[in-house]
Write a protein that binds this ligand. Sequence first.
Ligand SMILES: [Zn+2]
Length: 407
Amino acid sequence: MMIIYESKLEGTKHQYEQLDQAIRTARFVRNSIIRAWMDGQVKSRNDAYTYCKVLSDHPLFPWANQLNSQARQAHAERAWAAIERFYRNCKAKVPGKKGFPKFKKYQVRDSVEYKVSGWKLSEDRHYLTFTDGFTAGTFKLWGSRNLHYCQLKQIKRVRVVRRHDGYYAQFLIDHTREESKELTGKQIGLDVGLNHFYTDSFGEKIEHPRFLRKDERKIKRLQRRLSKTQKGSNNRAKARNKLGRAHLKVSRRRNDWVCKLAQRVIQSNDLVAIENLKVRNMLKNHCLAKSISDAAWYRFREWLEYFGIIYGVPVIAVNPSYTSQNCSNCGHKVVKTLSTRTHRCLNCGYIADRDENAAINILKSGLRELSTTVGRTECQVSREISLCSDVETQPSKATQRKRKAKK
Ligand SMILES: [Zn+2]
């Protein structure tokens, strides 16, 4: 499992300018490869690598050679990935836009990626030094505590990210963490909603944290202020920076909260079932309150999956259709509108809170999904033998094939 740790880079203005140069060069490499692909010079991933060399040897682009060679390759890989995605969409005849690779323009939020060279981490993990041609030098790392627990060889990539409030180093770490957990004998289904953050299959509800509403109001205010400024003015740049910082603060606070919540859920259950919501549709939403709660839910799910792996708790995502309509007691369909808060089954008389009923359905479909996917091949083989043992003595073709494969 790959995980990312992040620390803020503390350096001088001159050092930050050098990082800007590296980020700009990374963008240059990416855009040049897209251009060369359009001109027919680059036709494969290998061509893209070769073209990196062309760029770094070119007398007109002295900066290309200043960027670490593996970093150049990393950005060539990214460019090629964009081209490949386009080809794939065309081949699959995806309706609408196929994602024709675009040139990347300047924006504050941008990054440069190093692989295993071009940087050096100090022995005590408090300083990061860049060693390529941009000579950005040594930065102090803020919040590098997590790095103490990993070995250097576990760090596969270092990405420098520029944001509205500064420069960050992200360490991509190949992680194998395992924690032991006692069995709790409990399984849980979670139903998300706008009214509550989630309702679980035991009927417990977790409210949206109060700060989400407060943050939402703050962002709205800053957005209004930004829209009142003149285009291209100094005030506009300032207002945009403020809004950018506010968004970052909100997302960090939200992340802390959902991380703790997810760990608690995983530690106190042996199995977790959730709805498989389409993230792409979720993040497209224009209603601010909805988009903030969706983003929180998205992060929550990522943490659930992360802790699930660490503690050995399966997290199963199920198809969300009908979970709120069907009766969790007898399976009968009980049509409800959005405003119906209570589930009343006419078939079996079961009455429950609407969301609790949904959460139980989610848990049940999760278990069903698990029973049909886990150990399926083993099951089929043994079922065949046990059912037919008194009639058939010859193993079936399927088992014969399996035995051959084992030899
Ligand atoms: Zn029922």
